[in-house]
Design a binder for this molecule. Sequence first.
Ligand code: MCN
Ligand code: CUM
Length: 809
Amino acid sequence: TISEPSQSETSAERSQKLEGIGCKRKRVEDIRFTQGHGNYVDDVKLPGMLFGDFARSPYAHARIKHINKESALKVPGVLAVLTAEDLIPLNLHYMPTLAGDVQAVLAHEKVLFQNQEVAFIVARDRYAAADGVEALEVEYEELEPLLNALKALDDDAPVLRDDLAGKTEGAHGPREHHNHIFTWSAGDEAATQEAFDKADVVIEEYLAHPRVHPCPLETCGSVADMNPITGQLTLWGTFQAPHVVRTVAALITNIPEHKIRVISPDIGGGFGNKVGVYPGYVMSVVASIVLKKPVKWIEDRMENLSTTAFARDYHITAELAATKEGKVIGMRSHVFADHGAFDACADPSKYPAGMYHICTGSYDIPTAFCSVKGVYTNKAPGGVSYRCSFRVTEAVYTIERAMDLLAQKLDMDPAELRQKNLIQPEQFPYTSAFGWEYDSGDYPTAMAKTLEAVDYKKLRQQQAQMVEDFKAGTSREIMGVGLSFFTEVVGAGPSKNCDILGINMFDSCEIRVHPTGAAIARLGVKSQGQGHETTFAQILASETGLPADMITIEEGDTDTAPYGLGTYGSRSTPVAGAAAARAGRKIKHKAQLIASHLLEVHHDDLEWDVDGFAIKGMPDKRRSMKEIAWAAYNNLPKGMEPGLEAVDYYDPPNFTFPYGAYLCVLRIDVDTGVYSVDRFYALDDCGTRINPMIIEGQIHGGLTEAFAVAMGQLIDFDETGNILGASLMDFFLPTAVETPKWETDHTEVPSPHHPIGAKGVGESPHVGGVPAFSNAVNDAFRAFGGVHTHMPHTHSNIWNYARSLGMID
Ligand code: MCN
Ligand code: CUM
């Protein structure tokens, strides 16, 4: 009944048909996206569904004196006004955060940042809810706001968190001040001090990494449907980690976990913004319980930019110690981390500063020390989002700016200084001064390839010529060459290092092969645009011999997908991708036993050949995976259970360490501060490449966001705590018009511990891209006495910097 694959086809031909690992397979999800048939949270429409909207605080810091619910309840269509008073009896006015703090679901007594959630107004439709928000009367008494993280621990700094009064222990050790969250350090402080004491040359610089926001196209939202008859809660939402949301929901509501179904439908970009748990999610659930109807909550753009997870806001001091020949012998960094009003950072539990201690970067630095102080301010909570790999963006910015500053101090070329200090191929696996075990890499090759591709020498000659011309008064244009050599740490993670709320950070894949040789695979991660439906089918195609087109990938429904920790920290390929490969191998193992039965030989006499098993030395005597799948349902070896299914939960032995060498060339018109990016070359190594086209897309996206952060994005505040830049009128979201042209390249050093050798890639271009841009801008001013100018490098900031250096009269 099943047709044999044509025996005349060669292995190579059959292999190509699978569209497995290495194939530039077209994105299967785009069939629905490009035709407008994606299914996002706002597309969920249920009978009788109500809408909730937040009344938010106009002040950054104020006491709530009185709330008059009546004024809102009078609005036609408004059904309920919920405040903290309503949540207190349910013990839901605060919710636990992933960082071991609590966050107000609705402000109780005090508001701590502008646009904080004060009341939830539920109405028959969005418009009535918005009218209710307008009508609600809240009386506030303004308090002094705290906006400067560097002043948060001053003796006279205002007290922000009344609810923590007298609490001397935080989730990460003792608290030393009313606005102090944690102090965390890594490395060897004494040894590092010794290195600095004996160094010929040291540099020290304050490097601010300003507050930005990932600004995904789709904002956050949820639909909660509590069935009062069955007690079943169904929650659709923009969740990067649906299983974690289910567990947190069970813990805070006491609804048994099997009665909660969390569904992440299509997601229109996450970038870390959709990892955290937000008051809106909780309030849609509470409102559905109270009103016995489904309740939807969807943020608007300004709410998204001003209240849900921001990124960075790291105030970094970077120090390097080196010999006069340019060998770095010590690295030190101190950070003030602005976490906003609540510590809602989404890091693995043991790492309150994420993976910031990858800040020795790609260099063989024998001693290092870093410490991070987290503080409260009157700003929105968050901190770990935006293609950051848990603060690796900040870490790479620190070391890559510091290397340029050291090169300048030594009067050395930045490429040469890097080459002198790169970790050498024979040093892998390499243990860094902070204890990370870098799994693999060939850094000098990546560096050499990059310098050659751009003709680095010639660029430096051109630059020198332009400096001369500028100084001679014949030109008003200068040129910058920005290098960045980054190392990432992704794939959280090994359970020895990583957990979230005590749940180890493994991931999972379950595959079922149907009788006709088609299959469905479900994973514990959740794509937000990364193309998992395409690439995970490719891994399984290579592993099982079933064509990728015959494998459906499903993610995001906790009732069907195996438990997983979700998609962030570029962990899907390193962890769930590994689980997929291993689940595929389990399928293959059973298939081999079935094939041995069908071909009547011992299974050791069989060998795998692309899409089936053949008798060793007799390639024509074979059974394809398709035939084996059929047999799994009707012709099995005696005693074997029917079916062809496998599940794999994978706890990786280590992180993966993708890396890359980036180079940016830009020209600046000094009199206007206007720059143009002449060239941006990005070489990435993410180990085995599953889908080169998807990788290129990831890199283009990440570089575009790097450009955005380095050159324009900023979430700023005025002195009273009003958020500036909370709309797309002010917040820089580059379009095709501003975005430079990207040149991509790669090397391929597989991860030695990953089943198919793949490392993550989703965040690399952002991590490496930001310092390349910032180094380029700073490099342009190096010959004119410039040392460091802060991001964002807007035209006006560049112009002001040129003025401060006396380059403009
Ligand atoms: N891939 C590959 N070969 C590799 C590595 C990855 O073909 N060696 C493919 C993967 O199979 C997957 C994609 O590249 O289809 C990204 O994989 P990975 O690096 O594992 O990252 P994740 O899937 O875990 O995605 C998370 C990462 C993060 S943390 C942010 S932030 C970010 C990013 O992805 N958010 C994104 N890229 C994004 N892209 C889109 N479109 N939307 C987002 O929200
Ligand atoms: Cu830090 S942004 Mo991604 O890890 O979702």
